[in-house]
Design a protein. Sequence first.
Length: 616
Amino acid sequence: MNVSVLVKDLLAKRPRTVAISCAAVAALLVYANSLTNGFAFDDLWIVRDRQLLHDIGRLWEIITAKYWPITFHAGLYRPLTLLSFAVDWAVWNGHPFGFHLANVLLHALVSALVVALLLRFFPWWAALAGGLVFAIHPVHTEAVANVVGRGEIFMALFSLAACLVYVRAVRGEGLTARAVALIAMFYALACLSKETGVVLPALLLATDLKSPRGTGPRPGAEYARTRVPLLVVLVLVLVAVFALRWAVLGSAVKSVPGPVFEVDSSFTTRLFTMSRIWPRYLELLLLPFQLSADYDPAVTLPASHLTPLGLAGFAVVLGILATAIAVVRRAPELTMAVLWAAVTLLPVSNLVITSEIVLAERAFYLPSVAVSIVTALLLTRARPERRRLAALAVALWIVGFSVVTVRRNPVWNSTFSVFRDLQRHHPESVRLLFGVATQAYRMGDWEESKKWFDTALEIWPHHPTILVAYGHTLSQEGELDAADAMLERALTYRPEEREYHRLLASYRVQAEKWESALEAIHRAYDTIGPDRILYGLEADAYTGLGKFPEAARAQEAVIVVYGDDAPWHERLQLAELHAAAGDTAAALAALDWARQAEAAQFEVADSLQQAWGVPR
């Protein structure tokens, strides 16, 4: 029996299996060349240089850690994603191949789930076409070929799994306790993979446009009766997720303006700026031939008023929404696709909360399912005599997408390759200039680094991350006054950032500007409250002024924050300060504690006798 006969026989007996398998295989083939990529861009901060993730034994610390290891990336808590990185590191000993292999396999699984969901609404051949579009879509490159894109993949995986359980339940025996439990579990996993998973309940309801919505004389009442219990359970799951976020981050939901909205994050500015981005949404979903790793300044600049491009954006969005409403009865699948895209893009739209991004290709991973739905719908609704032509057009579209994706994957091989591509397409990118400055400094060329830092801040002086990084390099070069100025500027944009206050105070302590350091520290207390690092810097500043009683009080505050876990050297420093202040009894008490805490440090503790003449 030849291959064609086998394929025909398989299609006749198991067309759904063939469709699902083909999408998964296509995903594997198109993204296979990403397996040779290394760690690039955010991979360095979150995975490669994150010591916490290099020890799987630190499980509790991993699942209770912020997503970013640095405080100026707040508002993100993705424990499941971080845990998967820790597992990969343990299995592959930190080799990037294993991380990329996991991403590609997960993407193949998600592609299979997309087909499985489409099969609930369309014939197998239309579902296959839609699934192939998803599997090879170029806009997914950042999510799949860059390791940290796994949060998007995980979130999509669990969201689609929940949708499948939901659609099967409402079309079968109903939302049983088992179905509700499964959906709730997938909802929790999606939210713990990435924050945008919170929109899952709306996605479930969107699928009802093509599912049974109640029968009988009061279909609306029956629909509510069957859906409300599930929604109540999902609300409880969401409350639990918010509680976890509050415990780890200090807030359940937090707006973190990105560079574009750093100066003005008012709703009108966000609305008019995003209206200029909406046409780009369509371009990335339908014709993604111009891709970029960065859409921050000056690739995108804020708009405080309506521009011609913004007007076009409003026209596009309103036209799509009007069409979706008009065809809700004749083509509910189209309305479902529009709702799917709108709901999944809402968290990053900057219309509800201000996010760190104005636009990022990785954020289109789950929204692009809408394109798959529309593709399947167009093939299904095409007249029989035009269906082959439509299928040919989709096939050519898929081939074109595949070529773009295969060529795009190596861009994410390293940070250098990302910046090289960014330089080719967006030389005005402040992020690019920042990267060049950082790389020049790592290579030991301080003057070149300084030039590029200055250029970046000339183009966009409102970028606190760059200001802080520049301040750090200035301090490394001994230019503490200039570093001080950079941190002061950064604090005008992010006065709530604890790390910025710590750095500013430390620069002033290094420069021996004791009074100025105390002024910065006390201002920080008023803004962010008590802080152990600042207490220690306060003790240093008072010591520099010769005010030893005040220094001892500040050092005591350090000990209080530590509690019983205070290191011996902190109590030893307290003993020294008490001795310098003339309080021998307090110095001896602190010295005894230090000896009890770490017996091996007797010699160091005894040095207190020589330094201050304190008897045993």
